[in-house]
Design a binder for this molecule. Structure first.
Ligand SMILES: [Zn+2]
Ligand SMILES: [Zn+2]
Length: 143
């Protein structure tokens, strides 16, 4: 991803390199705010706008994928290949799920697509309660 910063029209600044490094190894699909707070101790002069604008440019260049899977701010995914997500209804945690059928629309799945609609990918979302939330309160159900 670092080598392709130029493809996104971004000069390779230390701040952008730090943002890319932080996101590339991250499986939690962080928000811009989360990345900003994590990087702030090592990059005290970096602004939130720098983080946000860098993520936005990377997303437009399709080097990362913005995900709106749970309520709140958009999360950013370093994995741009089609894949599924497990989303916790309680804390909003998002985790990748390898789904074999991803990337192809089966006839049953695609049978009521709008006329003329071209499918690029099929991505599945598994909604439920994550292990950490279930451990805190196994009986609670989202209302
Ligand atoms: Zn949870
Ligand atoms: Zn993902």
């Amino acid at each position: 991803m670092l080598a392709r910063l130029g493809d996104a029209g971004l000069k390779r600044t230390p701040q952008r390199v730090a943002i890319v490094r932080e996101l590339a190894g991250d499986l939690t699909h962080p928000t811009a705010q989360e990345l900003f707070e994590r990087l702030r101790p090592s990059m005290p002069t970096m602004s939130f706008a720098t983080v946000y604008n860098t993520l936005d440019a990377l997303a437009r260049a399709r080097l990362i994928a913005p995900r709106a899977l749970s309520p709140g701010a958009t999360r950013f995914d370093p994995n741009v290949r089609p894949h599924g997500h497990a989303v916790c209804d309680r804390c909003g945690a998002v985790a990748d799920v390898a789904v074999q059928a991803d990337g192809e629309a089966t006839p049953e799945l695609g049978s009521d697509l709008p006329r003329g609609f071209t499918v690029h990918a099929v991505e599945r979302v598994f909604r439920g309660v994550c292990g950490a939330c279930a451990a805190v309160d196994p009986g609670a159900r989202p209302s």
